[in-house]
Design a protein around this ligand. Structure first.
Ligand code: ADP
Ligand code: S3P
Ligand code: MG
Length: 169
């Protein structure tokens, strides 16, 4: 209960903002990507390579749906919004914050998508992935924080302010 779950595109800052957010609030921090790796005893890229995108989503759903923590900031992987059971669970255990970043900024921030292990269909562009996922992030978000063009500290402040206001999407 009382968890803060961060969702958003890969590179939006869920992992890097999440750990500092937890420090500021006196919360614990977990990154569900790291839990997946620990439980599977494989890296994310190994899981994607060996099990394919659908296999990875099944693992991602199972692991995220079984997270049991309190007063914890949870940084999820960008593809968790394909996992409805996991998202319903995370929503029931606290507030879900969508870290929104513009496609323009994201393209500048992200280098090699494949190298980062992003779940792309063959030939899919970042733009098409962004369009596919945006409605899903919006659907599951209680709060949407637009990072605009802030640095990490600036984005963190925006998240803290939004949480304080308790803005509902
Ligand atoms: N305003 C910002 N908010 C968050 N991260 C930022 C920001 N500006 C630059 N970055 C950089 O973008 C990257 C975000 O990566 P990461 O935290 O791994 O994202 P995610 O977990 O959402 O994939 C980091 O290298 C971080 O330093
Ligand atoms: O968006 C994606 O398809 C993915 C994002 C990654 O996490 P980050 O969002 O933390 O980069 C990781 O879960 C996996 O490689 C797939
Ligand atoms: Mg991350």
């Amino acid at each position: 209960m009382n968890n803060i779950t961060l969702i958003g595109m890969p590179g939006a800052g869920k992992s890097s903002i999440g750990v500092v957010l937890a420090k500021v609030l006196g919360y614990q921090f977990i990154d569900s990507d790291l839990i997946i790796q620990k439980e599977e005893k494989r890296t994310l890229s190994e899981i994607i390579e060996q099990d394919g995108p659908e296999g990875f989503k099944a693992v991602e759903n199972r692991v995220n749906a079984s997270i049991q923590v309190e007063n914890t900031v949870i940084a999820t992987g960008g593809s968790v919004v394909y996992c409805d059971e996991a998202m319903q669970h995370l929503r029931s255990e606290g507030v879900v914050v969508y870290l929104k970043i513009s496609l323009h900024l994201l393209s500048k921030r992200l280098g090699n998508l494949k190298g980062r292990g992003v779940l792309l269909k063959d030939g899919q562009t970042l733009e098409s992935l962004y369009e596919e996922r945006t409605p899903l992030y919006e659907k599951y978000a209680d709060i949407i924080v637009d990072e605009e063009d802030k640095d990490l500290e600036g984005s963190l402040q925006l998240v803290l302010e939004a949480l304080k206001r308790g803005e509902k999407a």
